[in-house]
Design a protein around this ligand. Structure first.
Ligand SMILES: Cc1ncc(CO)c(N)n1
Length: 231
């Protein structure tokens, strides 16, 4: 009996706390990673005005995400104790540089003038949430959990649009490859490992905070996809 318990505890530990939280909050996780907008890209029924709305709003989001990631980078350099953390985050920051260029060319392609795009409520609320996470009061492990979740939602969503049986319109595969490619998947997995390592040593209070932040990221992501419905 005791042996059996020990074995199941071991399994639980190996799975990691993040996977345990995802199982616990499966419905919001699925809502964020299989949103109707993403499913419509995959099945080819996507409304192009929705795509244009998403593009403009996400461009603004990414501009606010850069300082957040820069903050994660600073924290990784100061307090991670593992030199590789900084390299992983630096890679993310470098890809954001390409991403901004990609947005600009995509904006020209779809005739979306970013200088006139007004951030919608969901976008403003998400930015405000990111700003609060940049406070020095927020533990590195909590910040890293949020960072992983933000990236993972896009990775899972856009990879779904490229999986077998997709009818993703060719003119949208560029967007899907940006976040759905194997390199980005690998990067998300590295960020997840960092977060897991930090959470291993976290107190109960910090764990509760990280779990809460994870759920809040998922809620913000759902609200973000929802904006595209407005067209
Ligand atoms: C809303 C949102 N979440 C996550 C990402 C991934 O970087 C993004 N570009 N936009």
């Amino acid at each position: 009996m005791i042996d059996e318990e020990a074995t199941s505890m071991e399994k639980l530990e190996k799975r990691g706390v993040i996977n345990t939280w995802i199982d616990k909050h499966r419905s919001i996780y699925t809502a964020a990673t299989r949103h109707a907008f993403v499913v419509s890209i995959r099945d080819g029924s996507v409304d192009l005005s929705s795509f244009r709305t998403w593009l403009g709003q996400d461009y603004l989001f990414v501009r606010g995400f850069v300082p957040f990631v820069a903050n994660v980078l600073i924290r990784a350099g100061k307090e991670s104790g593992e030199t590789s953390d900084m390299e992983v985050v630096l890679g993310g920051l470098a890809s954001l540089n390409d991403e901004i260029e990609w947005f600009k060319s995509e904006g020209a392609k779809w005739d979306v003038d970013f200088s006139t795009v007004v951030p919608q409520t969901a976008n403003l609320e998400y930015s405000r949430f990111l700003e609060a996470l940049m406070s020095s009061e927020v533990k590195y492990s909590v910040m890293m959990t949020a960072f992983w979740a933000i990236e993972a939602v896009y990775q899972e969503s856009f990879a779904h649009c490229l999986e077998d049986g997709n009818k993703t319109p060719t003119e949208l595969t560029g967007a899907c490859h940006r976040w759905g490619n194997d390199g980005f998947k690998q990067y998300c997995s590295s960020v997840k490992n960092i977060a897991e390592r930090c959470l291993e040593n976290a107190s109960g209070d910090v764990l509760a905070e990280a779990e809460d932040v994870l759920v809040r990221v998922l809620e913000h992501e759902v609200a973000f996809w929802e904006m595209s419905r407005g067209g």
